[in-house]
Design a protein around this ligand. Structure first.
Ligand code: EPU
Length: 421
């Protein structure tokens, strides 16, 4: 198991390049199951979550070849449309094979995702959406077993849940609807850029979709789709994590391959806390020259402030000149980083789904434990500014979503050493 030894404080300066989006790549790889033949996906980050998704496809008979950011997927043969427990338990996003396999094979079994460090994560919206397309669904031995004898049939589907739209439920129902008979209208679809990327990829495959990017997706089912070549969008969460790193280190980072239009809520927040953000030709320059001002942040579905950047921005606000409040409205229990940041001398208090952050003069290095992907990113961000040597344990969490983060950050002034223990 690897650890990071991070020496701080440092000031980050220079150019840093964002990779392809993990959360776009995962449902798009799953969508390649919708058609026989060979698809080529480009800009795919080299991450353990991507490897798990490819393993899942290979386990059912597909062939995948990864080569320097490209993944070639030959989904001609699917001899068992099954998402096995041993693979699915490693990654919840495995659930996004459900819609594509149901549409292509008329049946699918996927192990029901289990517990998750960021809180209770039900899949009822996925199942409700597919049932409305005519699927019969039962739970057997921990597996979601779905069948669509006679095929799926278009429907008007309201996909909202208690916390708003669902990203991967939208992906599943959208994929399934592309091959359903007739017209499907999805109301309260997720508007996240990753869903827009998926929809654009499906259109290239021959799907008929309108309303892309809006909460109402209209899909006219087609008989079949064709293989595709598609480049995924840049990872807005990796970009936002670099923005947080620039802010906390009073640094100056030119962030390349960054879609600023996907990060408006984040850029707006940075400006309001005294961090300058200038757009450049292929990204932006983030420059912090003075004090970090306190603020309030509420996470919301896109285009609101993303829950996947809540932890990293909490780290930044630990050093603000005053009190801030963060409210988590997507995953109300996504606060595993709070106790770890407190070990680094942050002053944090939890009040239900709110964290009250009293800014401190400095953070102090400590051994800390990564608990999930974004919480670990927050610990790395905090450690860049903390005095002394922070040890981040369980770095495998960060490897799920950030490709070579230590190399990228070290190239702009960080002092991060990876060690196997
Ligand atoms: N929800 C339900 N029922 C469902 C599905 C979701 O109640 O059937 C609730 C969730 O519990 C949550 C809210 O709806 O309260 C939104 O969850 P959503 O379904 O949108 O999350 P997801 O699709 O499972 C994706 C990302 C997450 C990201 C969330 C929110 C991928 C692979 N995962 O998850 O990314 O936090 O959307 O934006 O795209 C990460 O990358 O670290 C990560 C966790």
């Amino acid at each position: 198991m690897d650890i990071f030894k991070i020496t701080g404080p440092v000031r980050l300066e220079g150019e840093i390049t964002v990779g392809g989006s993990k959360n776009s790549a995962l449902p798009i790889i799953a969508a390649s199951l919708l058609t026989a033949g060979k698809s080529t996906l480009r800009g795919i980050p080299n991450l353990s979550d991507i490897a798990v998704m490819c393993k899942l496809l290979e386990d059912m008979g597909c062939k995948t070849v990864a080569d320097n950011g490209d993944i070639a997927i030959d989904a001609t043969t699917i001899y068992k449309p099954i998402g096995d427990y041993e693979i699915v338990r490693k990654m919840r996003a495995s659930i996004c094979i459900l819609g594509p396999l149901l549409a292509r094979c008329g049946k699918v079994e996927v192990s029901m995702p289990g517990g998750c460090a960021i809180g209770y994560r039900p899949v009822d919206i996925h199942l409700r959406g597919l049932q409305e397309l005519g699927a019969k669904i039962e739970l057997r031995n921990g597996y979601i077993c779905a069948t669509a004898n006679g095929g799926l049939k278009g429907a008007n589907i309201f996909l909202g849940g208690a916390f708003g739209s669902s990203v991967l439920a939208t992906a599943n129902v959208l994929c399934a609807a592309t091959l359903a008979r007739g017209k499907t209208v999805i109301e309260y679809a997720s508007c996240e850029p990753e869903i827009t990327d998926l929809a654009n990829c499906l259109v290239k495959m021959g799907a008929k979709i309108t309303g892309i990017g809006s909460p109402q997706l209209i899909i006219n089912g087609v008989k079949e789709l064709k293989p595709v070549e598609h480049t995924v969008i840049p990872d807005r969460i990796e970009a936002g994590t670099f923005m947080a790193a620039a802010a906390i280190t009073k640094g100056n980072l030119k962030i390349k391959n960054c879609r600023t239009d996907h990060l408006m809520a984040v850029i707006n927040k940075l400006r309001s806390i005294n961090i300058a953000v200038e757009e450049t030709q292929d990204g932006c320059e983030v420059c912090s020259s003075g004090n970090i001002e306190p603020t309030d942040i509420t996470t919301l579905p896109y285009p609101g402030f993303p829950t996947d950047l809540q932890a990293q921005f909490m780290a930044v606000l630990c050093l603000a000149k005053g009190n801030s409040i963060i409210t988590e409205k997507i995953f109300p229990d996504r606060f595993m980083h709070v106790a770890e940041l407190s070990r680094m001398a942050a002053n944090l208090r939890k009040e239900g789904p709110h964290i009250i952050i009293s800014g401190v003069e400095k953070l102090i290095a400590a051994p800390v434990m990564a608990s999930d992907l974004r919480a670990s990113a927050a610990l790395v961000v905090a450690a860049l500014a903390a005095h002394g040597e922070t040890i981040v344990n369980r770095v495998y969490h960060i490897d799920r979503g950030y490709e070579k983060i230590e190399e990228k950050l070290n190239a702009v002034g960080a002092k991060i050493q990876r060690q196997s223990v």
